[in-house]
Design a protein around this ligand. Structure first.
Ligand code: PBG
Length: 324
């Protein structure tokens, strides 16, 4: 035998030399759920280890994560049912707790990269990402106006990246124009480019209590069977001025991540979603899987497939682990 691949695996030092893919805290974005009550702390029952936090505790959490090397956060509001309506009005009220909290977070941690979500669902009494008409249809173009106002209200707080997760047609260009017209040329857009209609979002909808009241999201989120269609979305997002593309979920869509990475030049993010976290956390609680080892292997697989950036609920745990 001339070639013995095992020679390059014979010690940790050699394995480290030939390791092709690395995950570091530089790659990670930590999604956080914000409660209205400043001192609130409520665990997400379907995501053991993940808490919804009020502003006071979230500031402490961000501070701790920054010391661990996590520099980017994606913040979602948990909106009380009585503050929801058909038009997601509170998404644009400057005094609403979410926008107030964003201002405070940026004031205290100007160096942190803060990302926000643009979609109507957390504030919508229908639990959909767009406006629902009397026949249950999701209105595309009318929704764009709401999204653009939402993006402006968020940009005004000083945040760094807007994340349109709604999957309405034309929204990246519409948001870009609206932001630029109002002097927010520096606010970035990380587009949820290929966002699939996935059952893996279940625990997130528990966290926000944002599940659709009727119907599903299949007329706007993509069919999990389709890979070619991701190109149509990536072409549009690129042409409309996105700064980052994203594939979501991550683990069942590694082929899509690989394809988009190979065919497009924009930085690519993958969202390691709530259900992907929940499966591991639940199995670990039962003692069936080693949570840390699985976390590392999963994050590595997402990176190896081609993601430059990973949004993941494991971010803090990964950072704590990396410190040791
Ligand atoms: C809102 C939104 C969702 C997620 C991120 N933004 C849920 C959905 O589209 O129903 C899911 C994130 C996760 O599951 O971790 N549009």
């Amino acid at each position: 035998m001339l070639t013995r691949p095992r020679r390059n695996r014979k010690s940790q030092a050699i394995r480290d030399l030939v390791q092709e893919t690395h995950v570091t805290t530089d790659d990670l974005v930590f999604p956080l759920f914000l409660l209205e009550s400043p001192k609130g702390k409520i665990e997400v029952s379907s995501m053991p280890g993940i808490n919804r936090l009020g502003l006071d505790l979230m500031l402490l959490e961000i501070e701790e994560c920054l010391t661990l090397g996590i520099k980017a956060f994606d913040i979602f509001p948990v909106v009380d049912e009585r503050h929801k309506d058909r038009m997601a009005t509170n998404a644009t009220v400057p005094d609403f707790f979410y926008l107030r909290a964003l201002r405070e977070i940026k004031k205290q941690f100007p160096e942190a990269c803060i990302m926000t979500d643009v979609a109507m669902d957390p504030y919508s009494s229908d639990g959909h990402d767009g406006i629902v008409d009397e026949n249950g249809r999701i209105l595309n173009d009318e929704t764009l106006e709401v999204l653009a106002e939402m993006a402006l209200a968020q940009a005004e707080t000083g945040i760094d990246i807007i994340g349109p997760s709604d999957m309405m047609d034309g929204r990246v260009g519409y948001l870009r124009e609206g932001l630029d017209r109002n002097g927010f040329e520096e606010v970035s857009i990380m587009s949820y480019t290929a966002k699939y209609a996935s059952a893996f979002y279940g625990p997130f909808r528990d966290a926000l209590d944002s599940a659709p009241k009727s119907g599903d999201k299949k007329t706007y989120q993509m069919n999990p069977a389709n890979r070619q269609e991701a190109r149509i979305e990536a072409d549009l997002d690129t042409a409309e001025g996105a700064d980052f593309l994203m594939v979501k979920p991550a683990l069942s869509y590694l082929d899509v991540i690989k394809q988009i990475k190979e065919e497009y030049s924009l930085p690519l993010a993958a969202y390691n979603v709530s259900g992907e976290y929940a499966m591991v956390a639940a199995a670990a609680e039962k003692g069936w899987l080693d949570k840390r080892a699985i976390m590392n292997e999963m994050l590595l697989s997402i990176k190896r497939a081609g993601a430059d950036i990973i949004l993941t609920y494991f971010a803090k745990e990964f950072a704590l682990n990396a410190k040791k």
